[in-house]
Design a protein around this ligand. Sequence first.
Ligand code: AMP
Ligand code: ZN
Length: 118
Amino acid sequence: MYTGHAMSCLFCKIVDGTIPSTPVYQDELCYAFADINPQAPVHVLVVPREHIVSMDECKQSNCNLMGHLLWAAAEIARAKGLGKGYRAVLNTGSDGGQSVEHLHVHLLGGRALSWPPG
Ligand code: AMP
Ligand code: ZN
């Protein structure tokens, strides 16, 4: 299986272990770890092992992978007992508030979240 890797990418380095993280879940397609600056009692990032810049870069061939990331987030939410609900967010591009250019799903939960986000 080809897994694109960008040398200068923070999350590629987290996926390959060059930069340490607190693992939450992993499988052949994705890696999930604790956000270093949590915005809720549960704040996990689910990233594809493959380097994809953002949702804006997704191709139809990434459909299975994208679904897998959401499934993994749901599994993590169940494992963490977020039965009252949670939020899965993909910040995309500068207006979307994306600061790391490796696609990631934020899983936020453990408190009531306000809407709309800022
Ligand atoms: P975004 O702003 O949507 O691109 O989200 C990037 C997220 O990555 C932020 O919530 C950061 O707190 C988080 N983050 C940045 N560096 C690290 C790191 N070394 N380990 C874990 N999370 C990180
Ligand atoms: Zn990357």
